[in-house]
Design a protein around this ligand. Structure first.
Ligand code: S3P
Ligand code: PEP
Length: 446
């Protein structure tokens, strides 16, 4: 079933070259944070370029349920009137975070040290994802959680009345876990410390500093040590959300595998904690350039130019790069199928607990379309068939996962026979204009 009504099958077939500019929407990670931190500040935060995908809309609705005022001013401009750290009111209904792991995990952190009880749920995908990775560290603050077996949603959190600060080493590389602990630390006296062995996306740290929190990151023998001083008064901000590199990945990769293509994807944030895919594609020999490289709001930004690249080579993607491209492995595997030689991806166990088991979902669909894929618990490899040589002709299951749906629709633009996905509905969670944008570039999606 689609997250939003009946399943919407969709077919991609080989089309002419992709050409023109692809203006992708705002960054999903930053959009969630802008709404949540805005709700935790005292006063009015203005946001432009907000991603209006379902995941983010569900977070906006949740913030209203806790007493913040959230207004859609049109054209991606939003205003949030926050209630202050610890000022969340107890909602009289269940908080439904839809398909969004980021939404539910960050919001759990934000309410964990408020003296309220909140019940969370989501769709079938979200309700099957692990939540103990968040509720375990929240328990150290004094928060209680009762969920289904394995800590699954639906789950009720009882916020800590007298939270105590926490020092926590994350057992998995996860910005959602790190952020949940930091948000719980905001309403806790004293210093909360999160240690991560591998750096994950640092939007929470950057944005909390912007809101006036005292937060610092040190590199030590233990790893990245992030220290947050509790109980700041967060000051409302004006936030310009950069465009999402994880969405840019789709028109970029589609252009690399579609004959004759030349696509410009303007204004993409290249924060090093997010840009691993583009490094990987360049190592494979992709004709991908950064034009007009500049700094905006303290972050590197560039216009990405991707041209058809028929001579890409498979590579070993280093495990240390995994966190910086974790959401991009599905579409990388599509490029890998069109390269020569094998692409090996290791250290990627986290892919098994996303909206779907992404290794399994991609392996099934790629195999169905004639590609050889081998996989194990935390690795997979794809044997490239060379540019335009993938047979295609298969209907891929998308398992309520937007990135699986978009990846297979990109694959179908260069296969010998069309590729169908059983449900394109979930694409609306992160990239609601995907179909229109790809068609404007010249893609045949029907
Ligand atoms: O913090 C975030 O905004 C996100 C973190 C990542 O998840 P994990 O923290 O589970 O790795 C990523 O997959 C997700 O799309 C967004
Ligand atoms: C993993 C993703 O999102 P989330 O964890 O927020 O559901 C994603 O967008 O690829």
């Amino acid at each position: 079933m689609s997250a939003h009504g009946a399943p919407k099958p969709m077919t991609a077939r080989a089309s002419g070259p992709l050409q023109g500019e692809a203006h992708v929407p705002g960054d999903k990670s930053i959009s969630h944070r802008a709404l949540i931190f805005g709700a935790m500040a005292v006063g009015e935060t203005n946001i432009s370029g907000l991603l209006e995908g379902q995941d983010v809309l569900d977070t906006a609705k949740a913030m209203q349920s806790f007493g913040a005022t959230v207004e859609n001013l049109g054209d991606g401009n939003w205003r949030v009137h926050g209630v202050g750290t610890g000022g969340f009111a107890e909602p009289d209904h269940v908080i439904d975070c839809g398909n969004s792991g980021t939404g539910v995990r960050l919001i759990m952190g934000a309410v964990a040290t408020c003296p309220i009880s909140v019940t969370f749920t989501g769709d079938a995908s979200l309700n099957s994802r692990p939540m103990a990775r968040v509720t375990d560290p929240l328990a150290l603050f004094g928060t209680r959680a009762v969920g289904r077996a394995g800590g699954r949603l639906p789950l009720t959190l009882v916020g800590a009345q007298n939270p105590v600060p926490v020092r926590y080493t994350t057992p998995v590389p996860s910005a959602q876990v790190k952020s949940a602990v930091l948000l719980a630390g905001l309403n806790t006296p004293g210093e909360t410390v999160v240690i991560e062995k591998e750096a994950t996306r640092d939007h929470t740290e950057r944005m909390l500093a912007g809101f006036g929190a005292q937060i610092s990151t040190e590199e030590t023998d233990e790893g990245h040590v992030i220290t947050l001083k509790g109980q700041p008064e967060l000051k409302p901000q004006t936030i310009v959300v950069p465009r999402d590199p994880s969405s840019a990945a789709f028109p970029v990769c589609a252009a690399l595998i579609t004959p004759g293509s030349d696509v410009l994807v303007p204004n993409i944030g290249l924060n090093p904690t997010r840009a691993g895919l583009f490094t990987t594609l360049k190592e494979m020999g992709a004709d991908l350039t950064y034009e007009n490289l500049r700094e905006e709001g303290g972050e590197p930004v560039a216009d990405l130019r991707a041209r058809y690249s028929p001579a890409m080579q498979g590579i070993d993607v280093p495990p240390a790069r995994a966190a910086s491209m974790i959401d991009e492995y599905p579409v990388l595997s599509v490029v890998a199928a069109n390269a020569t030689g094998t692409t090996r991806m290791t250290g990627v166990k986290e892919l098994r607990v996303k909206e779907s088991d992404r290794i399994d979902a991609m392996a099934r669909g790629l195999r169905g379309n004639g590609v050889t894929v081998r996989d194990g618990e935390d690795w997979w490899e794809v044997d490239g068939m060379g540019a335009g040589k993938v047979p295609g002709g298969f209907t891929c299951e998308t398992f309520l996962d937007h990135r699986i749906a978009m990846s297979f629709l990109c694959l179908g633009l260069s296969t010998q026979a069309p590729v169908t996905v059983d449900d394109a509905g979930p694409i609306a969670t992160s990239f609601p204009i995907f179909m229109d944008l790809m068609r404007q570039l010249g893609a045949t999606l029907e």
